[in-house]
Design a protein around this ligand. Structure first.
Ligand SMILES: [Zn+2]
Length: 258
């Protein structure tokens, strides 16, 4: 009798799950990516012309965030990012030769020049900015025209920049204000497509709100008891806003003690 593995099978950013949103069990193949030790948990691409197995459905991973616990989502996030990395590194970026997967490491190896390509994470800072004891800065994304949701200031860290510099630069670029007392809060892997969200809190220091209009359509300091629609539960932005309004911790580190 063959052994079955728990399978993260993706078509792009959609995952195969059963009607209870649980993972299927499959026989592992040589082309699967192993997650963790042994072959008990695997990641695999569902090819575009492959039929969806009976009893299973494709669900966007973003939706599962609301139903799954942090650990489940993190493993799914790891799976989808490793699959995407493998799809995008089929050739050596140095000499163009087709690559092969390394036997034990997560590395795509070039047999011609020995260059190794590892999965890469994009660091992205996200900041919750307060003014006084009862105000928080929230901004509406200009690209998201249909939604009334207000989120936090976020952006990619540039080459050669510290995380704190990235916080100051993004805030000044997007809303024109200066911040002080920047403090680290927590982090979250965010597989859309391969970011590490690094959360900070900061206090308003000076300046008037001035929007970078191609990025932000509105930004205001809201009273804590009169917030607009905010990002969904499961996102780090939601936890950061709750941290300021309710005093709850941002990182779900309770599981580390189990
Ligand atoms: Zn090469």
């Amino acid at each position: 009798m063959s052994k079955l593995s728990l399978a993260y099978i993706f078509q792009q950013q959609q995952l195969l799950v059963d009607e209870n949103l649980q993972l299927p069990q499959v026989e592992a193949l040589a082309s699967d990516i192993q997650l963790g030790t042994g072959d008990q948990v695997i990641a695999r691409d569902l090819l575009p012309d492959e039929p969806i197995p009976p009893g299973l459905q494709l669900v966007p991973i973003r939706q599962l965030l609301q139903y799954w616990n942090v650990r489940q989502f993190e493993q799914a996030s790891r799976a989808v990012q490793l699959l995407e990395w493998r799809r995008n590194h089929r050739f050596c970026s140095h000499c163009g030769t087709p690559t092969e997967a390394h036997a034990v490491e997560y590395a795509m190896v070039c047999l011609a020049c020995h260059y190794r390509q590892y999965p890469r994470v994009q660091p992205c800072v996200i900041t919750v900015i307060t003014r006084g004891k009862d105000e928080i800065l929230l901004a509406k994304n200009a690209r998201n025209k249909t939604s009334q949701m207000y989120g936090l200031i976020a952006g990619f860290v540039e080459v050669g920049e510290t995380l704190e510099e990235a916080v100051r630069r993004e805030t000044e670029e997007e809303v024109g204000i200066k911040v002080k007392n920047i403090q680290y809060l927590a982090s979250q892997p965010w597989p859309f497509p391969s970011n590490l969200m690094i959360a900070f809190k900061a206090e308003y220091a000076s300046g008037e709100i001035k929007l970078q209009e191609e990025e932000i359509s509105d930004a205001q300091f809201f009273k804590l008891d009169a917030l607009p629609e905010i990002p969904f539960k499961g996102s780090i932005a939601h936890s950061m806003i709750m941290h300021i309004t309710q005093g709850t911790p941002v990182a779900d580190d309770t599981q580390a003690w189990l």
